[in-house]
Design a protein around this ligand. Structure first.
Ligand SMILES: NC(=O)c1ccc[n+]([C@@H]2O[C@H](COP(=O)([O-])OP(=O)(O)OC[C@H]3O[C@@H](n4cnc5c(N)ncnc54)[C@H](OP(=O)(O)O)[C@@H]3O)[C@@H](O)[C@H]2O)c1
Length: 217
């Protein structure tokens, strides 16, 4: 699948790019700067052997040529970034990874005016774009490490077919995804990140995650 990762030059986006390129997807890293996108794509291609080569483009061009678009930017840049890809993502699926953290209080849950970052994305992009929220609880360090025990992924969205596709991509990336209901529920996955940041601090770790249990019944 042709996947564009907007803000893919950052920590989380690069990690997801690696996982999907390793699974054979055609990944394009997006950036505000074309040269930076190309540089990070080349860096990833050199760093990880045997992956399908990753390319780099400016954000709106990356979104234009992709079948599915993933957004991994800081919350402060969320709306402004979405505006730059709005035209390019009409009719497509957008996977929003954004956590509405408000530094310096990143261990306190912040609820945006729209209800959640994902609801904000749906409102900016409009009803012709199918927004799915996922990956908020997956630490970038675990994404780059093939042997890591990695967090489960909660998937929220209002379009079942879009969620099913994202669940398949989660599987391809070597993680377990769970349909967590409507897009409105994304506030829980987004808020959980602040809870995990608290746990990281208490235990002196960087990458606490979540596991869903009780399914064997
Ligand atoms: N890091 C994690 O482990 C993790 C885990 C789960 C969820 N998340 C969420 O995923 C998102 C990305 O996290 P991250 O750690 O990857 O962030 P990051 O590395 O700080 O930033 C990601 C990219 O966003 C772009 N960006 C940064 N500031 C910007 C601005 N002011 N305006 C427009 N673009 C800007 C940059 O790309 P260019 O300069 O190339 O345009 C940057 O490389 C966040 O919402 C975060 O909460 C992160």
């Amino acid at each position: 699948m042709k996947i564009a990762i907007i803000g893919g030059t950052g920590k989380e986006g690069k990690g997801l790019a690696y996982r999907w390129a390793k699974a054979g997807h055609k990944v394009t890293i997006g950036s505000r700067q074309f040269e930076k996108a190309q540089h990070i794509a080349e860096e990833l291609n050199m760093e990880k052997q045997g992956i399908k080569p990753v390319s780099g483009l400016q954000n709106s061009d990356a979104a234009k040529q992709a079948e599915l678009v993933v957004v991994t930017v800081p919350f402060a840049a969320h709306v402004a970034t979405l505006e730059t890809i709005k035209d390019a993502v009409q009719g497509k699926i957008v996977v929003d990874v954004t956590v509405p953290l408000v530094p310096p209080k990143v261990s306190t849950v912040h609820i945006p005016a729209a209800g959640s970052a994902a609801m904000e994305a749906q409102s900016v992009l409009g009803e012709d774009t199918r927004v799915v929220s996922a990956f908020q609880n997956v630490s970038y360090e675990k994404l780059m490490d093939d042997n890591a025990q990695i967090s489960d992924v909660l998937v929220c969205g209002n379009d079942q077919a879009a969620k099913n596709l994202v669940l398949q991509l989660i599987d391809d990336a070597g993680m377990k995804g769970f349909d967590a209901g409507a897009l409105q529920n994304s506030i829980v996955s987004e808020g959980m990140t602040s809870v995990l940041i608290n746990i990281n601090k208490k235990f002196g770790v960087h990458s606490a995650g979540i596991k869903i249990i009780g399914l064997e019944e």
